[in-house]
Design a protein around this ligand. Structure first.
Ligand SMILES: Cc1cc2nc3c(=O)[nH]c(=O)nc-3n(C[C@H](O)[C@H](O)[C@H](O)COP(=O)(O)OP(=O)(O)OC[C@H]3O[C@@H](n4cnc5c(N)ncnc54)[C@H](O)[C@@H]3O)c2cc1C
Length: 389
């Protein structure tokens, strides 16, 4: 079923990957993004093998080769002593095991590559400054209604509009996202501000009581990205871009060993942000009629397995395959949900649980047995190009 016009709300990683997967299948898409200009926040993103495999399949392998960093090894460390609790082989080991690398990239580098690819297939398909407000549907079509009073008519509407999805609210009610009890700081540190000995191995995580710090290189190794997470009470702000100070961050991570603190200390003062981490309970269905959800709109996931964007990419690939395989929109969405809802909800819940594992396990008792990641949970082997739809 390729003779369709698909409307996509939201030009984040999920919306753009969906557009790209559909375009490659010969399906016409129109993407509507509320922001007047395109961009992603300045932060890193881990692409485990299940995610990088999709981007390679979509033709973005050269972008990953050029800009992403493949860590040779990873480590989980004790927050106070720096002792390695778990050593994790990455690099070629992951390629050998899963057929695609585990790599880390600047979110903006990936976002720009997706924008360029989608626009090169159809330079008129991206519509900026278009906030979806509502939609209506009947047996023939769906009509999206935007805040600027414009409308668009298509065969299918995919809500890729993030954790505060309007499409989700219209389909399933307006319950707010759930505050998870974690506040996170993120920072980007130019590598020239750090001595190389501080960044060994390539990618590392420190765990301590109620605290968790992860850091890895991105953009050809020019920048070090970190996320520092602390359990807290009563945080309510959600945006990614609330400014914080290095002093406040260091005070929160005062018990961490000198190597970890040196990295935090090297943060340029204008590069320190914090935000509250939210998720939602799993939904049993994502679609009604000609409208469905994808990515964070369907399953906003905590960062504790580094899988949120990965499952958005999986959704994108599987939805495109379901549309191609089906004889009607209803059949396509039934195939999509059957292939995806359980998988995405499993990752959402496993990520929630891993937050507790990383922040409440006594670090002196943390080892290979207690460690959970995309490999031990068998998430990395998922192949969105071949799973049955
Ligand atoms: C701290 C942190 C670290 C993470 N690290 C990783 C990681 O390492 N690996 C990983 O795989 N995932 C990670 N994730 C998860 C990942 O970032 C998200 O799951 C992913 O970005 C979701 O993409 P999306 O396109 O679904 O949503 P979004 O990126 O939120 O995009 C939604 C888009 O929709 C637009 N929009 C919203 N409302 C409307 C509307 N009404 N009309 C039109 N447009 C609208 C928004 O402006 C935005 O552009 C992390 C998340 C967090 C919080």
């Amino acid at each position: 079923m390729r003779d369709l016009h698909v409307l996509i709300a939201g030009a984040g990683i999920g919306g753009l990957a969906t557009a790209m997967a559909l375009q490659r299948a010969g399906i016409r898409v129109s993407v509507y993004e509320q922001a007047p200009a395109l961009g992603e926040v300045g932060a890193g993103l881990t692409l485990a093998s299940n995610a990088s495999r999709i981007l390679r399949h979509l033709g973005l392998g050269a972008v990953l080769d050029d800009l992403a960093v493949i860590p040779g090894r990873g480590a989980v460390k004790h927050y106070r002593t720096g002792r390695t609790l778990v050593d994790i082989p990455r690099g070629q080991t992951q390629v050998d095991r899963f057929g695609a690398p585990y790599c880390q990239i600047h979110r903006n580098d990936l976002h720009q590559a997706l924008v360029a690819a989608v626009q090169s297939a159809d330079r008129d398909c991206l519509h900026l400054g278009c906030t979806l407000e509502d939609f209506g549907q009947d047996a023939q079509a769906v009509t999206a209604v935007f805040a600027n009073a414009e409308t668009a008519r298509g065969d299918l509407l995919v809500g890729c509009d993030g954790i505060r999805s309007t499409v989700r609210a219209r389909l399933f009610g307006t319950e707010d996202p759930r505050f998870t009890g974690y506040v996170a700081w993120r920072g980007l540190v130019p590598m020239e501000r750090l001595s190389a000995s501080l960044v060994v191995p390539d990618s590392a995580v420190w765990i301590g009581p109620g605290h968790f710090l992860t850091r890895y290189k991105i953009r050809r190794g020019e920048l070090l990205n970190y996320i520092a997470i602390a359990r807290t009470n009563g945080w309510v702000e959600e945006g990614w871009s609330v400014r914080s100070t290095v002093e406040a961050l260091l005070a929160e991570f005062r018990d961490f060993e000198p190597t970890a603190r040196s990295i935090l200390m090297a943060t340029p003062p204008d590069q320190c942000f914090k935000w509250g981490i939210f998720d939602r309970d799993p939904l049993p269905v994502w679609s009604t009629g000609r409208v469905t959800l994808l990515g964070d709109a369907a399953h906003p996931t905590t960062p504790f397995l580094g899988q949120g964007a990965a499952i958005a990419l999986e959704d994108a690939m599987v939805l495109a395959r379901a549309i191609v395989a089906a004889g009607s929109v209803a059949e396509a969405l039934a195939r999509y949900e059957k292939a995806r809802v359980a998988r995405a909800n499993e990752v959402l819940l496993a990520s929630r649980e891993n937050g507790l594992n990383l922040t409440t396990t006594d670090p002196d008792r943390y080892d290979e047995e207690t460690h959970r990641n995309e490999e031990s949970l068998d998430l990395a082997s998922y192949d969105a190009m071949t799973v049955p739809v």
